[in-house]
Ligand binder design. Structure first.
Ligand code: NBP
Length: 482
């Protein structure tokens, strides 16, 4: 079987758009010799003929592919998540030796990554789940990479990944996130935050259009201006581009000819499902997932539209309305990111990962969809004090939210009075208020729970656990052993 020399320091299995681009990126960096393999050889041949400059070491069989890899053999799998990934893992595990490294660069569910790692670990082969963000362009020019797996495997893998990752302020956007599924977990949270960010931006657009009476092209100018300040980010930048686009067929703004039903591929849902399991409130992400779901219920929307006779009068916007919206957007964004990082902290605790929050913020500064200046502020906050209870208490963000608070409230109130749906803005504000008020009505909920289910409660004035005899004489008893 082994007739060829092992010349490649890295291999890529799966040469559809993501794998091809990642392989080309790897080949373009000095020091890398890239082995490639795809189940259907025609796809490999296509890549070879289109990119002779890459100097790929191509194989028609998996045996030749494995033989072309220098030890420790390192292969990145970029095939369809699920059964395809398992099939390729099986083929590599059969042929690899202890110390070799299998990297799954696809969009795996982190629970699958944990299971795969524990299945493969006894063989002595390293299994690394790596979240790769940035889509096709990122894969080709520099993604943000979130590898999990063992620290030992990262010694080999780290420099290879650093060679192809995006670079932000001189630093490659890759770090060893933690063991087993940590990388795919953090990638999942990245996508959840992306949902929240997009929803908040969409709400800002809706307000500028409905209340601010601006046309899409004018709103594009507003977003372009915002992109030069603290809101600077890839998502704000592309929003301006999308809003400026005119439909060539009708001459209408592009945004007006697109059906207003947003889809999703599932990572936002995963984030919310896992946050629920972890007991972490990620309302910003949840509202964003639900907003897409509501948009995609045309029958319900039409039913309510049929029975609604009149809509509220849209409030008048004054000259500072756009600035108010910018401040509300910023404050809501701080909340969404604070919640996302809370989910990372809770995941790290539950699954035993030593995750450095500041490093995660740094590797998201380039290559990925949520890349933004803003992440520097998060990195600084966690760098200064990794143990803050929430990003909202970090001095920079506390000040930013305080500065924008009045505007945030005006925007949410105006939205409610005008009938503009802002689930992201309003849930973020409610979350902030829930943390900021001295007393929450949770006390009443505890009373209700004790009434119907004897769930007990604690008192504010003395230690212990108590129950009121609601169906008896309503005296209070102390419940021992709690
Ligand atoms: P696809 O997800 O479309 O998968 C196609 C590739 O999987 C082909 O190479 C195909 O081989 C291979 N494959 C399949 Br399908 N079943 C296989 C099996 N049983 N054994 C071996 N190979 C198999 O490719 P993609 O769009 O390039 O995405 C690759 C990965 O990257 C996926 O996990 C995807 O979710 C992820 N992704 C990430 C981003 C991002 O932004 N991070 C974007 C897009 C995709 P064939 O040629 O023989 O059919």
């Amino acid at each position: 079987m082994d007739t060829r020399t092992a010349t490649a320091n890295i291999g890529v299995v799966g040469l559809a758009v993501m794998g091809s681009n990642l392989a080309r990126n790897l080949a373009s960096r000095e020091g890398n010799t890239v082995a490639v393999y795809n189940r259907t050889y025609a796809r490999t041949e296509e890549l070879l003929s289109e990119h002779p400059e890459a100097g790929f070491v191509a194989s028609e069989t998996i045996d030749d592919f494995v033989a072309s890899l220098a030890k420790p053999r390192t292969a990145i799998i970029m095939v369809q998540a699920g059964a395809g990934t398992d099939a390729v893992i099986g083929q590599l595990v059969e042929r690899f030796e202890p110390g070799d490294i299998i990297v799954d660069g696809g969009n795996a569910n982190f629970h699958d990554t944990i299971a795969r790692e524990s299945r493969i670990a006894p063989t002595g082969i390293h299994f690394v789940g790596a979240g790769i963000s940035g889509g096709e362009e990122g894969a080709l020019h520099g993604p943000s990479i979130m590898p999990g797996g063992s620290a030992e495997s990262y010694e080999t893998l780290g420099p290879i990944l650093a060679s192809i990752a995006a670079v932000a302020e001189g630093e490659p956007c890759v770090t060893h996130v933690g063991t087993d599924g940590a990388g795919h977990f953090v990638k999942m949270i990245h996508n959840g935050i992306e949902y929240a960010d997009m929803q908040l931006i969409a709400e800002a657009y809706d307000l500028l259009r409905t209340v601010g009476s601006l046309q899409p092209a004018a709103i594009a100018d507003v977003f372009a201006r915002w992109n030069e300040g603290p809101l600077e980010s890839y998502l704000i930048e592309i929003t301006a581009e999308v809003l400026r686009q005119v439909d060539p067929a009708t001459g209408r703004p592009f945004v007006d000819i697109v059906l207003d039903q947003a889809g999703s591929k599932g990572t936002g849902v995963w984030t919310v499902q896992n946050a629920l399991d972890l007991g972490v409130p990620v309302g910003g992400i949840g509202e964003a997932v639900f907003a897409r779901a509501v948009s995609s219920k045309p029958a319900q929307r039409e039913a309510v539209q049929r029975i609604v006779n009149s809509r509220p009068t849209v409030q008048e916007a004054d000259a500072s309305f756009a600035d108010d919206v910018a401040k509300a957007l910023y404050a809501s964004k701080v909340v969404a990111y604070a919640q996302g990082f809370d989910a990372i902290i809770a995941g790290a605790e539950k699954y035993g990962w030593d995750i450095h929050k500041d490093r995660i913020a740094k590797i998201w500064r380039g290559g990925c969809i949520i890349r933004a200046q803003f992440l520097n502020r998060i990195a600084e906050a966690y760098d200064e004090n990794p143990d803050i209870a929430t990003l909202l208490e970090a001095p920079y963000f506390a000040q930013a939210v305080a500065d924008g608070e009045a505007a945030w409230r005006r925007v949410v109130a105006t939205s409610a009075l005008s009938g503009v749906p802002v689930p992201g803005f309003s849930s973020a504000l409610s979350y902030y208020d829930s943390l900021a008020v001295k007393r929450l009505p949770a006390a009443l909920v505890q009373g209700q729970r004790d009434f119907f289910g004897a769930h007990t409660y604690k008192r504010v004035d003395k230690p212990g656990t108590f129950h009121t005899l609601w169906s008896g004489d309503r005296t209070e008893v102390e419940v021992p052993g709690h």
